[in-house]
Write a protein that binds this ligand. Sequence first.
Ligand code: ZN
Length: 466
Amino acid sequence: MATLTFHGATRQVTGSCYLLETAHSRVLIECGLFQGPPEVDHLNERPFPFKPRDIHAVVLSHAHLDHSGLLPRLKREGFDGKVYATTQALELLDIMLKDAAHIQEKDTEWENRRRERAGDRPIAPLYTLQDVEAVLELGEPLVYGQKIRITQDIEICLRDAGHILGSAIVELWVDDDGRQKKIVFSGDLGNAATPLLRDPEIVRSADVLLLESTYGDRDHRPLPETLKEFADILAQAERDGGNVLIPAFAIGRTQELIYHLGEFYHAGKLPQTKVFLDSPMAIAATEVHQRHMQVFSREARTAIRQNGGGNAKDFLPPLHYVRSVEESMSLNRITAGAIIIAGSGMCSGGRIRHHLKWNLWREAVHVVIVGFQAQGTPGRALVDGAQRLRLLGEDIVVRAHIHTLGGFSAHAGQSDLVKWAGHFQPHPQLYLVHGELDKMQALQARIKDVHGWEAQIPAEGQVIQL
Ligand code: ZN
């Protein structure tokens, strides 16, 4: 009898990992990193609840680390199968995992210096660049809609999830002693309102459905309202004579922002004459996007074709890429008329900290927060109205205007999730994953109301028979 075990992203949003076992094969769907406060972060070091060398293949919905970030450790501990994902997801995975390994190695080096001073034994990083390179070798690129047999008794097909470039909904067909069973994993479903990517594909049949619930409790603010507010902020910053700083996530959000700024430019609504993308990782991700415009939405492809073509710098002429540290530092001399997009998204690392240090104390500056800010991060402190901020060892007074734009989410809101799931007829067994418990309960209640359908909320380690 085939089984599915929930090994992560149960009642939380990180650490996605589901194990599918049949008479002949063991396939892992996702191998995600746990991200959050130390007690959650610690879960990354616990032994895998299975033997990595016994896993025949991994299927990956998309490149975000909470879905992919433990793959290098899986490889180091003996996994030697293939990693199936879309071509675009694998290209982004290359960027994300290398960056993650770099951060792990740096953090460990720092921690070990402290340990040495305290007379403690040194620790090893979770994984290294070498582990990352080894697992990237195992990547097996797929295109959307391509059905492929990955083991003796399991076939898969990836459908566009519209969440980030190359993101997928995973369909799996399992041959269970002559009876075929179908599992669908939603992955992270995109927000239909965002223009760059296509809407999540509709799937209609499954025996078992795993549905993400990140925003299971609410709908997002409509995008047109958010864009109007964004344009107003840019106009105000120009009148005030200051810069606009945008702490941005390198993959996905940054490319959406470039697209929106390009549209503003062509509509005569971009007063700033310079847009600096100050993040080598975001630049690399933008170049991956440029190579794969065929998976953009029809609307985005048309807009880009009519306004300069496939290069981000043609679509948004004021765009400048800032690669070197020296160039990044030279931006400190610019006090007005520029938009600076730099990572990290929550201001906890990266070049944005330097720009905040040089701009936050100026009244004419506008800081635009475009993504989720976790508790304890400098970005969250700004959102919460901090009067002063400790940055790079200096205490900086906050005189800049801080704006939070909540409408740019890359996730489907509650109504979209309920509607997407409703296309499955007859209703499969439904399990809610990838969400905090209260969000899952809200979604569970809503699905019951709208479709009269009972959703389960699985616990960590729970096993279901197919
Ligand atoms: Zn994601």
